[in-house]
Ligand binder design. Structure first.
Ligand SMILES: [Zn+2]
Ligand SMILES: [Zn+2]
Length: 344
């Protein structure tokens, strides 16, 4: 049973999910050992250690569901942060709160895992463009499925690679969560998109992408559908931002060609990042909306979805955690130049 509580001081939603404390953690001491394990629940042959799969790719005809032979498979998280409505007792907003300041809502939503390789020692950088495209396509399809559920107002797809990035299992996987409330960062972005559109009549990220291409200083890679860059105000050293050049609010609305084009720039960028930093911990996060997300205009046009790569080369300390400021030791223009292969 999980619940969402809203911090009255900031408006930030917090998911309280006590059941997740029981999940296995292969990285209790921050080691990064990814040697093969017989007890890995995500390795082929151990499918009975996960929940039943909702999707799989790669099995030959005649191979059974929930058995080996797959290249990728998706299933509900065994220790979900949020759960479907039919899995919990009815629980209304504010139930249990004893003051209007104590806003609380049931932890309803979706939380799935996509194991994107049968090879325990793979990393996001090991995926070639075709494999990466197949992963992005399944994330899109799951996002479309999540968006059908009335309790889901926000969808986040993300990868935790390495212990510093929050991974508790080494086996390569991504996760996707459909949440019942719009998180603070997304609400902040949505309001800035809305204000920019009201002021300029344009999309904030469409304009930013055009300005970055005109400048060229922070561009890492580009094709006719995507621009990859080191953001102007990167929070993390070696942070990367991937912007689709066609305006769209949601991963769920992306075309197959767009996702193949994203894989064509994302895959080599990750491989280059992994040559500069040996197997770095990192998060990959897709910022997307469901169609009815608050802050969009009537056409659902305010937001513009995007993907971030957030290397976790340093740890946030008191100043960062306490203020929201971040201190970044890598100059974005240098990072872009290095990743373009231009050296010093
Ligand atoms: Zn494994
Ligand atoms: Zn746009």
């Amino acid at each position: 049973m999980s619940m969402l509580r809203q911090d009255p001081l900031t408006g930030r939603w917090v998911i309280i999910a006590a059941g997740r404390s029981a999940r296995p953690n292969e990285f209790p001491t921050q080691t990064r050992d990814r040697s093969p394990r017989t007890d890995c629940p995500f390795c082929p042959g151990n499918e009975n250690q996960t929940t039943p799969e909702v999707w799989a790719l790669g099995r030959a005809t005649g191979q059974a569901e929930n058995g080996p032979g797959w290249q990728m498979r998706a299933f509900p998280n065994m220790y979900p942060a949020l759960v479907p409505a039919d899995a919990v007792a009815p629980f209304g907003r504010d139930e249990g709160a004893d003051h209007e300041l104590f806003r609380q809502t049931a932890g309803l939503g979706r939380h799935e895992v996509v194991v994107y390789s049968p090879n325990h020692q793979d990393s996001p950088a090991a995926l070639g463009p075709d494999h990466m495209a197949a992963l992005l396509l399944i994330l899109r399809d799951r996002a479309q499925d999540f968006s059908q559920h009335p309790q889901v107002r926000y969808v986040s797809a993300f990868c935790n690679h390495g212990p510093e990035a929050g991974a508790t299992l080494a086996h390569p996987h991504m996760q996707i969560i459909g949440a019942p409330e719009v998180p603070l960062l997304a609400a902040c972005k949505a309001s800035r998109f809305a204000a920019y559109r009201q002021d300029r009549g344009q999309c904030l990220l469409c304009d930013l992408e055009a300005a970055e291409r005109a400048s060229g200083n922070r561009i890492v890679a580009a094709n006719d559908r995507w621009t990859a860059l080191a953001p102007w105000a990167s929070r993390f050293p070696w942070e990367l931002l991937f912007i689709p050049r066609r305006h769209g609010a949601s991963l769920a609305q992306a075309t197959t060609e767009e996702l193949q084009a994203l894989a064509a720039v994302l895959s080599p960028a990750l491989q280059r990042l992994f040559t500069f930093h040996e197997d770095p911990s990192l998060n990959i996060v897709i910022h997307s909306t469901t169609v009815d997300t608050a802050g969009q205009d009537e056409d659902g046009n305010n937001f513009h979805w995007h993907l971030e790569v957030l290397p976790r080369l340093s740890r946030p300390a008191g100043f960062e955690v306490g203020t929201g400021y971040t201190i970044n030791s890598a100059v974005p223009e240098d990072v872009a130049r290095w990743l373009r292969g231009e050296g010093d």
